[in-house]
Design a protein. Sequence first.
Length: 275
Amino acid sequence: MNDDEDLERAGLGQTIATVERAADVLVVFAQSQEPTLGVTQIANSLSLSKPAVHRILASLRSRDLIEFDSRTRRYRLGPMSLSIGLSYLSRVDVRYMAQDELAQLSAVTSETATLSIRNGYHRYYIDQVRPHREIVMSVQIGVPYPLHAGSSSKVFLAFLPGEEAERYLAGRLDKVTKQTITSVATLRRDMAKIRERGYAASIGERQSDAASVAAPVFDHEGKVAAVLSVCGPADRFEAEASDVLPALLAAAARVSARMGYLPRRQGGSPAGEGA
C-alpha cells in the first residue's frame, strides 16, 4: 500500500467519524426534553470537547439542520430537520412498519399475532400472522368491532381523549358475547388498569372461545396509531398469556419507535391519559 492510499484511507476514516459525531449531536437534540441546548450540555452528553461541538454545530447550521439563538447563545433544531422528519412521517405505513414484528411475534409465541387500527368508534383488524400448528385463531380483516369488546378494542378505548371516551361510554354498549363488559364502572376500572400496565387482556369478550392480550403502538405525537395483539383458543391461551406479554410489549415498543414515538420527548405520558 502506497502513501497516497494510506492518506485516502485516513481521510475517509476521519470523514466517517465526523459524520457519526454530527449524527450523534442531532440525536441529542431529538431526545432532549428542552427546546434549546447549549454547547456545554452537548459536549458533556457526548464526551466531546467544546471546540469539536462548535465545529459540528457550525456545519449543521450551514445546512439549516440547526439554528442559533444569538440572544440566549443556545441552539435548536432547524427547519431542515423538520423537513426531514415530515418526509419520514409522510412515508410511515403502520402495516408495513409492523409486518416483521407480527411475523416474529407469532413465531416466538406460537399463536396468532394481529394488527388493528381505529376509525371513529370502531376497531378493525388490518393484518394477522398465524402460527404453524393444528389449532389456531384466525381473525376477519376489515370487520368493524366496538371499542369495548376485546383486548385490542379496549386499548383504543383506554387511550381515547377524555371527551371522546365519555361520549363513547354514554352511548349504547352492546354485548358481543356473554363475557363482553357493558358496565361503565367496570370499563372505567379496566381502562385505568390498561393505561397503568400498558396492555389489555380479554377472555371471551369479543369471541367466546378466544383469549388475547394487546398493547398500543404510539405515533410521533404520543397517540395510539395501532394495536398489536396475540390471541389463541381460550382453553390454551389463558395459561400462556403471562408468558406472551414480554414479547408483545417489546414488539409494540419497537413499532412505536419506528413510528417516531420518543417516550422521553413525550414526557412518558401517552396522549389520552385523561380518558
